[in-house]
Design a protein around this ligand. Structure first.
Ligand code: CMP
Length: 138
């Protein structure tokens, strides 16, 4: 079963949207296999988003991710990586399709409510960045 990694970002946690987002995940047939709510530190956010470190939005993005608690998740289903990206919608909510999480909940490109891994290698890195094997149970 394919696993993917997700973050419910500070803007969504702050607006009490954890339950609504988890309901969408479970109702699409994903099984949540690991979950925790944490306040990221700047070094941890910078390490997580290291692939973007040369991008102009890196400083704002990493500082934003530390403005409030986030929920870290691992969930699985067949084709989980692609299915979760479809359920999230486009990175910029202005471009997201109707019925996607970002279309319905996101505020803007930075406060876009959720993150998801974009490929198997990034999913493996992102899962192991935050979770040990003993914290993941199918
Ligand atoms: P996420 O899926 O978490 O991956 C990187 C994040 O950078 C992205 O969602 C956006 O929230 C944020 N971001 C800010 N500006 C941009 C941009 N110009 N292009 C892509 N991502 C951006």
């Amino acid at each position: 079963m394919e696993k993917t990694f997700a973050i419910i970002k500070p803007d969504a946690v702050e607006r009490n949207l954890i339950g609504k987002i988890l309901e969408r995940i479970e109702s699409k047939g994903f099984r949540i296999v690991a979950m925790k709510r944490v306040l990221l530190t700047l070094p941890v956010a910078q390490g997580f988003y290291h692939v973007h470190k040369e991008r102009p939005f890196f400083k704002d993005l990493t500082e934003y991710m530390c403005t409030g608690p986030v929920v870290l998740l691992v969930f699985e289903k067949d084709g989980a990586i692609k299915a979760w990206r479809e359920l999230m919608g486009a990175t910029n909510p202005a471009d997201a399709d109707a019925g996607t999480i970002r279309k319905d909940f996101a505020i803007d490109l930075e406060k876009n409510s959720v993150h998801g891994s974009d490929a198997p290698d990034t999913a493996a890195f992102e899962i192991s960045y935050f979770f040990s094997q003993t914290e993941i149970s199918s």
